[in-house]
Design a protein around this ligand. Structure first.
Ligand code: SF4
Ligand code: SF4
Length: 429
């Protein structure tokens, strides 16, 4: 009943939001999917026209509507360039939730979301099991990028070059933390996120090292899970609400000054999507937590690192920076990660062309449309390689996965790092 009420509410909101689009088509010029396919159905305007008659379209061919809606990276390029300020991503997510309410979730997604994602401890056990046996099915291909590929034909892995699961995830290394504010007088809540926990725990370790160095206390509660973006991107409001509720209970805002994450997607989800798409009984608490949430680089540069402590070098190891869509287009954060990188005198930052063009990852888009995702991504790979860098940095672990795949497939020997890792290298362990 609660779900039906939530879907009704989403439908009413959707109707109000759709009228804002004036069909100017300016979103066409910036849509990475449209740039590859040239199909009006793939651009925001085409999808919004479809949604304007959502009830009618849902009744006549709901699967076709779902297929069209899923052919989207949720990159936000259209929204960032829309003269009318249409909240495109919010509209697309609401429409996906309404469709999933009408059609139901595909069985595989339903099983993964409801049995695993909604139960973080269960997901942890399954992933730990996978980490023990992954060497049987994978083999390393590029030691600089840190990628592996499948040993045998695998429909899921295809010919991807991927980062393997960490031997020891963060939740095993640091099950919980509760340290007081030090010299900075600040204390953060630390939201880990699935990819950081299970594939890139070294990024979280670097962030914790930096926070300790600057005298920032850390509250890291045990039993954290996913921010819910995979679930809500597929319209699963039930799993999404369970995860939002769980984390709101864990992260009592009285216990810290700022909630930080090292994942641009988690930050954007907590700040923008939790308050907008959670059930009504959670909205006020979600909005309170959202107001306290910051990307780690933004927090460090704006609140912690004192002016004059940043160094700049012209002769260091060349690093280029990719603006993750969730960090720049959704949160407006682009200068701070560059500041963190410049603060390490061993590195020289060299900008790539179109640093804020989408890398083509798009979460489940990469799983469902890998060929298209790779075509978009190869443009990013070419821009990275053209800088002559030996390191590429980005503030989102999902982009780190995509860029690792692209570089490795091209045979590049370029390391992929998070800006906080580069900054952390400035301090002795
Ligand atoms: S979404 Fe914005 S940019 Fe695209 S057609 Fe509508 S008003 Fe124009
Ligand atoms: S979110 Fe990105 S991929 Fe989707 S319609 Fe907008 S610009 Fe295109």
């Amino acid at each position: 009943m609660g779900d039906i009420e939530q879907l009704r509410r989403l439908m009413r909101q959707l109707e109000d939001q759709l009228v804002v689009c004036m069909r100017c088509g300016m979103c066409q010029a910036v849509c990475p999917v449209f740039a590859q396919t040239g199909r009006e159905a793939d651009v925001a305007r085409g999808k919004l026209v479809l949604l304007d008659g959502l009830m009618q379209a849902m009744l006549s061919d709901p699967e076709a509507v779902r297929e069209r809606l899923q052919r989207c990276l949720l990159c936000g390029s259209c929204a960032a360039n829309c003269p009318s300020g249409v909240n495109v991503l919010d509209i697309f997510l609401k429409a996906r939730a309404i469709l999933a309410g009408y059609l139901g979730l595909p069985p595989l997604k339903k099983a993964v979301f409801r049995r695993l994602l909604a139960h973080p401890q269960m997901l942890d056990r399954v992933v730990e099991f996978g980490a023990v046996f992954q060497k049987l099915f994978t083999r390393p291909v590029n030691e600089v990028v840190g990628t592996s590929c499948a040993r045998f034909v695998s429909p899921l892995l295809a010919d991807r070059h991927f980062r393997t699961l960490a031997a020891v995830p963060l939740h095993r290394r640091r099950p919980s933390l509760n340290t007081p504010a030090g010299a900075s007088g600040l204390r953060v809540g630390f939201f880990v996120g699935c990819l950081i926990d299970k594939i890139f725990p070294n990024v979280a370790e670097a962030a914790l090292h930096v926070l300790e160095h600057h005298g920032v206390g850390v509250f890291l509660p045990e039993g954290q899970g996913c921010c819910g973006i995979p679930a809500i991107s597929s319209g699963d409001t039930q799993t999404f609400n369970e995860l939002v509720r769980r984390h709101l209970d864990q992260f009592d805002t009285d216990r810290f000054d700022v909630l930080v994450t090292c994942c641009a997607t988690c930050t954007s989800t907590i700040k923008k999507i939790w308050p907008s798409l959670c059930s009504e009984d959670l909205t006020a608490r979600a909005a309170g937590l959202a107001a306290k949430t910051m990307d780690i680089s933004q927090f460090l540069v704006k609140r912690v690192i004192t002016a004059g402590t940043t160094a700049r070098s012209e002769n260091g190891r060349v690093v280029t920076f990719h603006d993750s869509c969730h960090l720049k287009k959704s949160l407006g954060v682009s200068g701070e990660p560059r500041e963190l990188i410049r603060a390490n005198p061993d590195y020289t930052l060299r900008e790539m062309s179109a640093a804020d063009d989408c890398c083509g990852m798009g979460g489940s888009f990469n799983l469902e449309h890998y060929g298209l995702s790779a075509r978009i991504g190869r443009l990013k790979r070419d821009n990275i390689a053209a800088t002559g860098c030996s390191v590429v940095a980005t503030g989102c672990p999902a982009c780190m996965l995509q860029i690792s795949d692209l570089l490795s497939q091209a045979g590049d020997r370029i390391a992929v790092k998070h800006p906080v890792e580069i900054y952390a290298e400035s301090f002795p362990a």
